[in-house]
Design a protein around this ligand. Sequence first.
Ligand code: ZN
Length: 244
Amino acid sequence: MFTLTDSAWSGVRYGVGLSLLLCASFLHAHAAQPAAAVWFPDAPTFRHYAWTDPPCPGCSDLDPQPTWTRMAQLAGLSDVHFKRAPDDSEGDAYSLAPNVIVLSPSAQKLPSCQLAFVIGHEIVHIAQRHFDEDAIALSVYSGKPPYWTHDGDDAMQLANGDFGLALKLSPLWKQQEREADWLGSLLAAQVCGCSLEKGALAYFHPGDGDGGGIAAAHPPDTERIRQLIPFTESARRLMALAPR
Ligand SMILES: [Zn+2]
């Protein structure tokens, strides 16, 4: 999840800070993609930015569980990399552009359906290319052509120290988080047989502040729960497709 904290901008990172966003190779974005679930939205058609390897101090490679890989496949992704954070300081989980998911030690100890939701949420950020979407929005709001640079990092730098620009993007970030919540919940339902109650709704903690390590870009947990309730029946139906 994008874990945001202090400033609106630090809140941008789907999990941690914008400055950490970048990564991987341009070629990865063009690898052959598996067929997504019929209900999963098509991948965006806007252009791919190039992202450089993001800093992930102390991180180590993490072998994905088969269910994580299957959720990624249902989202149309064949190339997602997982990393283990050295501690919990950056929140439970976050994603780095274009295709890296970082899990904290605590996240890996979550009950299975809560972990499935957390991972499903991050997979949606990658599948729907929210990083590229942010780069375009930052460029346009800055008065530049959408593709004034090939480098996603350059586009993201536009937000550095520009609180007003970050506020302009805030509605987009919140829309992205809503999308990651409900689609991530449905991925967890179909692959892991997780109900909303055992997944996202159990993960959130209303009254504990922003919760979920997602602050600024992520709405308060009470709002996230309210927005997810309409998907309860959809999750139940997809649970019937989960392997037993
Ligand atoms: Zn998120």
